[in-house]
Design a protein around this ligand. Sequence first.
Ligand code: ATP
Length: 348
Amino acid sequence: MAEIQLRNLSKRWGSFVGVHEFDLTIADKEFLVLLGPSGCGKTTTMRMIAGLEDATEGDILVDGVRVNDLEPKDRDVAMVFQSYALYPNMNVYENIRFPLRVRGVDPKTHDEKVRRASAMVELDDFLHRKPAELSGGQRQRVALARAVVREPNVFLMDEPLSNLDAKLRVSTRAQIKNLSHELAVTTIYVTHDQIEAMTLADRVVIMKAGVVQQVGTPVDIYDHPANAFVASFIGNPAMNLMDGVIKGGAFTANNVKIAGLDAADGAVTLGFRAEDARVVESGGQINAPIYTMELLGDATMVSVRIGGALVSVKADKNYRAEIDDVVSIEVPKEQCHLFEAETGARIG
Ligand code: ATP
């Protein structure tokens, strides 16, 4: 069992706020992803949970017990970092075994535990090798096995895939997901990659400048972003956003008019996703010259410029046109997201 409660957790260095009043309960066995741009406070939050950083204010509770004052080694957590920090002189077997030795686990159990952990990450055939004789992906798997072997109640993972190439990232990501499911361990995972967040998480926490912007399932956040920042951060490509005004239920901005919206008059940011709009022969609410086109294999991404913003729509994979041809884009009003212009907060 490991339910983690963060109660108004804050970290300040002088007047600089690294994390501001982080308040959340992470359920036993939950896979929680902290997502946000560089410097938003993800690693600091994780380090406070691990005990590597003191909280300025607030409490950390594991199964109802306050652990703020416990040493890192006395917290039942295992961390996996983006740098693997393996011991270069030890082979894979000894690297994986190391935490058992330090923790005084009964030596008679070591062999079985090491073999089970290494099998889980498919390293059985590499146990005799030194880290220098492994690829980056294999080294990261050793680091994973070293966390697994401890059988902790909590996994903390800080960008564990960021040193891997694109293909390995996908396969190692699948392995982490499978591991966390198999071991049923509470996991907190830090990334700035929204695809990683969406694919791995039970719930995602989106942070900006130390402040939590939204907590929700990947689908919740994708369908109902709490503000324009979250909308611009989730989804590939990011949600199209246009600044304009609502008058009489119609949004207008730079030759674009989308009528029939249920919103009060005022300045807003309107958003819609590329996959929710479509290219039509004529009569769409957006008519503009094509700025760029990208072939994605299963679709064609067509982009135009509205004011300063790039607005994209997913067209059929057989769509053919030239740059500067005028394209007509239909945006279903039901698929429009509205955010207050000044604060970015969702209004519809
Ligand atoms: P990244 O994705 O780049 O790792 P992050 O979201 O993990 O970013 P943190 O490492 O948590 O960000 O840092 C949050 C903020 O706190 C940053 O602006 C960082 O510069 C600042 N910070 C971190 N450690 C210290 C420190 N020891 N003293 C002062 N400021 C710090």
